[in-house]
Design a protein around this ligand. Sequence first.
Ligand code: PLP
Length: 405
Amino acid sequence: MAAENLAVSRETFDNVILPVYAPAQFVPVKGKGSRVWDQQGKEYIDFSGGIAVTALGHCHPALVETLKSQGETLWHTSNVFTNEPALRLASKLIAATFAERVFFGNSGAEANEAAFKLARYYACKKHSPFKSKIIAFHNAFHGRTLFTVSVGGQPKYSDGFGPKPADIVHVPFNDLAAVKAVIDDHTCAIVVEPIQGEGGVMPATPEFMQGLRALCDQHNALLVLDEVQSGMGRSGKLFAYEHYGFKPDIITTAKALGGGFPVSAMLTTHEIASVMAPGVHGTTYGGNPLACAIAETALDIINTPEVLNGVDARREQFVSALQKINEQFDIFSEIRGKGLLLGAVLNAQHASKARDILNASAAEGLMVLTAGSDVIRFVPSLVIEPTDIAEGMARFARAIAKVLN
Ligand SMILES: *Cc1c(COP(=O)(O)O)cnc(C)c1O
């Protein structure tokens, strides 16, 4: 028997959900491609992609097909038994990257938690238990577990939860001299997002990234790239590290990996993975056949020239539409980011209006995101139709006109 259909609305949220979010006033009930419909049947264009997750749009036919076929085959085995989809997905991720070993989790935070633990463990086993310092960056975001908020560079997310994991140092992003000043032979890892997402859509410069690689090599530290948001095609390459011409030691990926189904992965080399042994780390759900089957289909589609080469063309359409809006309203100081991770930075006169613009966009039938108080963030489907971009941008212009009047 189907579950009884209890009537729920946006008001229900305030009564039943832990008050850690402030969701929009409408409740989406259905999605197709880059269009979404709410409880009242109103249609939205989705430039938010479920925060860079639904990289193939909503209910992509191939993902739905895999969800159904794997759903009728095998959902879960636990890590006591391995499974074919996990082994295939790991093999394909290895074939597509620098990596030789994969660990699966269910969220970005879990992949990062595994990465940070591995970096510490590797240093402890190969060098010394005192080689535990992690260098990370102001405004970085790595997830919400206590270790990941502590490595993240936003104290508002880590204060108030008791003692934090120690030996984590934060320095300014894109400031190689600041890293040089704190790195030493007790450093086990530098942790960095190639493009800071939550922190304001801020791309690392190639010189900065290459400098971090060199500093890690000098001090036997691992370079850990958090590609939870920048990975899986978002930057126009499968992973953003490919833009810099080097190999990282560990990368993490999540958001778009399952195209909307929760799954994450940490990728590393055989040499680094070799310090691990059964029982040292683990998860019950991580690498379950249902999630891995869906991610395998997502990877098969995203890791093709058709999809990856389409990212920059779509970015151009976004940038030129935003520039036109800016000519009309003089509201942005800069359009930044990489690929389809775009940030429109509000100029000083309009700083702190990001939330108002998000709300006005929703009223016009458009889903956008913010990244801080003065950046509008766009992380649409990588295969969004050009007509959806055009229509969404028309709605965005109307929203801005309303906010400014
Ligand atoms: C979203 C995000 C995370 C956290 O992922 P969750 O799935 O929410 O745990 C970590 N790092 C980056 C760069 C992210 O954008």
